[in-house]
Design a protein around this ligand. Structure first.
Ligand SMILES: Cc1cc2nc3c(=O)[nH]c(=O)nc-3n(C[C@H](O)[C@H](O)[C@H](O)COP(=O)(O)OP(=O)(O)OC[C@H]3O[C@@H](n4cnc5c(N)ncnc54)[C@H](O)[C@@H]3O)c2cc1C
Length: 214
């Protein structure tokens, strides 16, 4: 939208899914209650057993595109999808022989301070919600109920939550934005490799996280 180019940065999250896996796999893998799982690497990964017995597994790592460009073709980065498949096999070596049947992705809206918000300006008659930083499945529900109360003028517990009318400062103009966001992605990849080799937390990653407002 005009005037909002620096409000959110689109950071891509990509996913893959396996074929439905047999009982032999699930008996060994656990995950009976379909718990979500991740680990503490800097380049975020996340996975879950689906209702039809697959593993859906995702992660960051796709590049940020200059000018906050968003295109359907960016939803697929073959190298990142290949890395996700390899990472899942590293976590569950028993998947080595399994087929991956799906691959997809999309952009997440990231505000400068990583703080989602909902708000309403009665003077302009404009309401907004967003900046879910990739955690929007449940947050959109809360946002919708909060917006309903704000718009109808109901004073409720929801309208006093700290994210109501919160304003994040804008992202830097280009080319600083491109340099900063992609430097963040490269640093996190490097930090994971360094930590794996040396076995202690990366100071560089901590500094970059601070710089990017995480
Ligand atoms: C790969 C990936 C993995 C994710 N994983 C998670 C996760 O594990 N947990 C989590 O909490 N969140 C996750 N998210 C984020 C989550 O999906 C979003 O935050 C959430 O879906 C946002 O909900 P929404 O209703 O605002 O938008 P959306 O779910 O995007 O819904 C918007 C809808 O509006 C439609 N639309 C758009 N424009 C128009 C138009 N002009 N006319 C009519 N219809 C239109 C779209 O087709 C779409 O159906 C993930 C996102 C991605 C991309």
């Amino acid at each position: 939208m005009p005037g909002e180019k620096r409000t959110l940065v689109p950071v891509y999250s990509l996913m893959v899914a396996t074929e439905p896996l047999g009982d032999a796999f699930w008996d060994r893998a656990g995950l009976e209650a379909r718990a979500t799982f991740t680990d503490y690497r800097h380049m975020i990964i996340y996975g879950q057993r689906t209702a039809d017995g697959r593993i859906a597994f995702g992660g960051r790592g796709a590049p940020y595109h200059f000018g906050s460009n968003v295109r359907p073709s960016f939803d697929s980065t073959p190298a990142v999808h290949a890395l996700l498949r390899q990472t899942l096999v590293d976590l569950f070596p028993a998947l080595d022989e399994s087929r991956f049947t799906h691959a997809w992705g999309g952009p997440l809206g990231i505000p400068r301070d990583w703080h989602s918000s909902v708000g309403f300006d009665p003077r302009l008659g404009l309401a907004w919600a967003g900046g879910y930083v990739g955690d929007g499945v449940a947050t959109t529900n809360l946002a919708g109920r909060t917006l309903a109360d704000l718009i109808t003028g109901s004073d409720s517990d929801l309208t006093h939550l700290p994210w109501v009318n919160h304003r994040s400062r804008p992202w830097e103009p280009e080319p600083l934005r491109w340099l900063g966001v992609n430097a963040g992605l490269w640093t996190m990849k490097l930090a994971d490799r360094t930590e794996e080799r040396k076995g202690h937390p990366s100071r560089l990653a901590r500094q970059m996280e601070r710089l990017l407002g995480q």
